[in-house]
Design a protein around this ligand. Sequence first.
Ligand SMILES: CC(C)=CCNc1ncnc2c1ncn2[C@@H]1O[C@H](COP(=O)(O)O)[C@@H](O)[C@H]1O
Ligand SMILES: [Zn+2]
Length: 370
Amino acid sequence: MESLDWCLNQPKIELHAHLNGSVRDSTLLELARALGERGVIDFNDVESVISKDDRSLVECFRLFDLIHVLTTDHATVTRITKEVIEDFASENIVYVELRTTPKKNAVIGMTKRSYMEAVINGLKSIDSVDVDYIPSGMAQQNSSTTLTGDGIIGMSNGSVRKKIYVRLLLSIDRRETTAAAMETVKLALEMRDVGVVGIDLSGNPVIGEWATFLPALKFAKEQGLAVTLHCGEVPDRKEEISAMLNFLPQRIGHACFIKGEERIKLKSSKIPVEICLTSNIRTERFPSLEYHHFIDLYKSKHPMVLCTDDTGVFSTTLSREYSLAASAFGLGRKEMFELTRSATEFVFADDGVKISLREIFDAAAKNFML
Ligand SMILES: CC(C)=CCNc1ncnc2c1ncn2[C@@H]1O[C@H](COP(=O)(O)O)[C@@H](O)[C@H]1O
Ligand SMILES: [Zn+2]
């Protein structure tokens, strides 16, 4: 494997990360213990599920339901958001699009909006790194900081801090109705001034119909939100894949089972693909990386980026994904650096952020392209 240290040190862009899939195991266990003590859950049952490493698709979605029981209150959503962003920043991710499904729970007074406000509070509460989540022109910049061009900012007092750009995508869960999906899109539109830039369609891929989500996704697009779709996660979905590609989303995730005509359509569309290697292997989309479609897309120069999907659920990091790709597909340092740098062009943030990211990668090129 290409040295994990090198992959850790290079600046990286993460475009496919689900909040509740990225929670630290230690945090989940702590939350489970507390709920166990209150008699809400049986801690021993939960511990064995959380500690398991390999999970089938069905088991993964059961785990998500369990994670949601543990995390869905305002204070915990704030806490996990803070920890997830701190973890991403600690491995030199300079830009992350974090996606999450806004949730309601009348019993604790949670609305989709208050859930998202708890996420924003998590971003605000981070003080170990500089977090940029407000789009240009929407807030006063911290005048005591200047970008040095390597993902690090120089403070007017001479100290140096890491900086991470964070933008948010609101996910529509495939279990939701058209009305619920529309509510999420409207919320996203109202929260553009706090860093929401787009919509994601995710959830159990064998549940739900494309036609249910289409009206909300169309509306999102018309209103200028970017859209990314989980597409081709399971076999035999020719019609849905075709309809999704015809929709022309700004990006798609996974694309594991896009074959024949649809594969040709994908390639000619140039829609960037978010590739999640460990996620695909752990959920047995492919028997091993040797069979993964990464290399076909890569060789045909299709726009793509490596992502984690769920660092917690799949026990991975973005650095590890790069290291895996290096060993499985023979990528050298230059290729890995160019792969993550190329994602600058398909982030959903505004042009000001793209310009800053180009500067960060240009400045880092001399150290990482050797
Ligand atoms: C089986 C598996 C995990 C496959 C690959 N990955 C995924 N495919 C589809 N939806 C996903 C995947 N990983 C996370 N999600 C979605 O993200 C949610 C967790 O993050 P959040 O609650 O939106 O903050 C899950 O409940 C699910 O709706
Ligand atoms: Zn995903």
